[in-house]
Design a protein around this ligand. Structure first.
Ligand code: CAO
Length: 415
C-alpha cells in the first residue's frame, strides 16, 4: 500500500527532541527522511541517558525511527557541497538549531532559495521574533514561558512542569502540520516557504484554556470551578488549579482501594451534569439528586470539595479498574491513573500499534510509542532508527557520487 507522503524527501537537520519528533511523524507518513549528523558524534541524544554502554540510547532510538542517517561536516567546504546537492533534491529542510546556526553555516533562506526555490524550510525555535529570539531553549523552559508551569500544580505549592513533553514533542507536532500545509500550498504556488514553530507559542497554544480563564478572572474576579472557590483568595493571575478539570464539567483525582501502598491507585472522576442522578445513586447519596444545594451544576460549585470527598469514600472501596467498570456502565466519565508499566503492558495498545516492539541490531528488542495518528490509507510500519552514518554511502550514490569520490570525501573529513 502506498503512503500519504510517498515521494516527499526531507532533509532532516534536527537534533534532540522537538525537531526529531516532527521528522519521525513525517517518516511514518511515508516521507524519505535523511538525517544529517556530524561524523563521529551524531545527534547528542545518541549518548544521553544510555542504559547500555556504547549503544544508541532509547532517547535517540525512540525519536528517530524510519529515518536514514548520513554524516556530513557542514562546516567543511566539500561537506557544504554535498549539503547543497541534498538541498537541490529535497522538498523540505527541517532544523532546530540554536537561532542563527543555519545562517552561520552559510545556508541562509536566500541561499537555500537560490539552490531550490521549491524548498520549504521549517524551524523550531524557542521563541518567535522579539526580545528572546536569540535564546536557546529546552523543554522545561518552554513550559515555563508558555504558561504551563504557572498554571500547573497545587495552589499552595510552587509552579510544576508536566511530564508530557509539550514543549518539544508538542512543538514538533505543530511544525509537522505547518510542513504538510506548506507542501499543500506549494502544489498551487510552486514555491517553498518558511515555517516557524516557536516552542513558547506551541505551549501557549496548548494552554489556550488558561488564557480563557485569565480573561474570565479579570472580568469577574472569581472562578467558581477552581478549588480556591468559595473560601480561597483569587489574585490577578490564573492560579494553579490542582486536578480541577480545564472544562465546564468539574473533575478531581480520587483515591481508590490500595492507595496507601500503590502511588497510582487513583481515578479521575468527572461529575458530568447529565449523569448527576446516576452519580448520586452509585455513591449512595440519592437525596443529592433533588436537594437544592446539589441538584444543579451552579448549586454544586460551592460544594465541590464535599462532593468529591463523598465520592472518594465510594472510590476507596474499589480498585481503580473496578470503579472504572462500574462507572462506565452508567456513562459516568472517569479514567484510572495508569502507570507507565501498565501502559507498556496494555494489550489493546499493542494491537493498535500505539505501543510497538522494535528490534535494533545493537540494542535488541525495545518498546516504543508508535504513530498516534492512524490513516486508513497510509498505515504506519515502525522500523528501527539508523546507526550513525548508516546510509551515507547509499545517499551519496543516489546523489551521483562514485565510490572513489565518496572515499575521497571521507578521507578529507567532509562526510
Ligand atoms: N556539521 C558541522 N557542524 C554542525 C553540524 C554538522 N553536521 N550539525 C550541527 N553543527 C553545528 C551548528 O552549526 C552549530 O554551530 P555554531 O554554534 O558554530 O553555529 C553547533 O553545531 C551547535 O548547534 P546548537 O547551538 O543548535 O546546539 P546546542 O547543543 O548548543 O544547543 C539547543 C541545543 C537545543 C539548546 C539549541 O539547538 C536550540 O535552542 N534549538 C532550538 C530550540 C529547540 O529545538 N529546543 C528543543 C531541543 S529538545 O529539548
Amino acid at each position: 500500500m502506498s503512503k500519504a507522503l510517498d515521494g516527499v524527501r526531507i532533509l532532516d537537520f534536527t537534533h534532540v527532541q522537538s525537531g526529531p519528533t516532527c521528522t519521525q511523524l513525517l517518516a511514518w507518513f511515508g516521507a524519505d527522511v535523511i538525517k544529517v549528523e556530524r561524523a563521529g558524534a551524531g545527534d547528542i541524544t545518541r549518548e544521553q541517558l544510555r542504559d547500555i554502554p556504547d549503544v544508541d540510547s532509547l532517547y535517540f532510538t525512540m525519536l528517530n525511527h524510519n529515518k536514514r542517517s548520513v554524516t556530513i561536516d557542514t562546516k567543511n567546504p566539500e561537506g557544504k557541497q554535498v549539503l547543497e546537492a541534498l538541498i537541490q533534491t529535497c522538498d523540505v529542510l527541517v532544523e532546530n538549531f540554536a537561532p542563527g546556526a543555519l545562517d552561520r553555516m552559510g545556508f541562509t533562506w536566500e541561499r537555500i532559495q537560490e539552490l531550490n526555490p521549491r524548498m520549504i524550510v521549517a524551524s523550531v525555535k524557542g521563541f518567535g521574533p522579539g526580545p528572546y529570539e536569540d535564546c536557546k531553549v529546552y523543554e522545561n523552559v518552554a513550559q515555563c514561558v508558555g504558561g504551563a508551569a504557572s498554571t500547573t500544580g497545587f495552589d499552595d505549592g510552587p509552579p510544576v512542569v508536566t511530564g508530557a513533553q509539550i514543549g518539544d514533542s508538542g512543538t514538533g507536532l505543530h511544525l509537522a502540520l505547518g510542513i504538510v500545509t506548506a507542501l499543500y500550498q506549494r502544489t498551487h504556488t510552486g514555491r517553498g516557504q518558511r515555517v516557524l514553530a516557536a516552542m513558547q507559542d506551541g505551549v501557549l497554544n496548548l494552554c489556550r484554556v488558561k488564557l480563557r480563564d485569565q480573561q474570565r478572572l479579570e472580568r469577574t474576579g472569581v472562578m467558581k470551578e477552581y478549588p480556591q472557590y468559595p473560601n480561597g483568595e483569587f489574585g490577578e493571575a490564573v492560579p494553579r488549579a490542582g486536578n480541577a478539570s480545564g472544562g465546564g464539567q468539574p473533575g478531581w483525582i480520587l483515591k481508590c482501594k490500595g492507595w496507601e501502598t500503590d502511588p497510582n491507585a487513583y481515578i479521575y472522576f468527572i461529575t458530568q451534569a447529565p449523569v448527576w442522578a446516576k452519580i448520586c445513586n452509585v455513591i449512595g447519596k440519592e437525596e443529592w439528586a433533588t436537594h437544592p444545594d446539589y441538584a444543579t451544576p451552579a448549586a454544586r460549585l460551592p460544594h465541590l470539595k464535599d462532593i468529591f470527598a463523598e465520592i472518594e469514600r465510594w472510590t476507596m472501596t474499589k480498585t481503580k479498574f473496578e470503579a472504572m467498570q462500574i462507572l462506565n456502565k452508567y456513562d459516568i466519565p472517569c479514567g484510572p491513573i495508569l502507570s507507565m508499566k501498565e501502559i507498556a503492558e496494555e494489550p489493546s495498545l499493542r494491537k493498535t500499534g500505539t505501543i510497538v516492539e522494535v528490534d535494533h541490531p545493537t540494542r535488541g528488542k525495545y518498546l516504543t510509542v508508535g504513530n498516534p495518528i492512524k490513516l486508513s490509507d497510509s498505515p504506519t510500519e515502525v522500523t528501527r532508527s539508523p546507526l550513525l552514518g548508516e546510509h551515507t554511502d547509499e545517499v551519496m550514490a543516489e546523489l551521483g557520487y562514485s565510490t572513489e569520490q565518496i572515499s575521497a570525501l571521507r578521507t578529507a573529513g567532509a562526510i
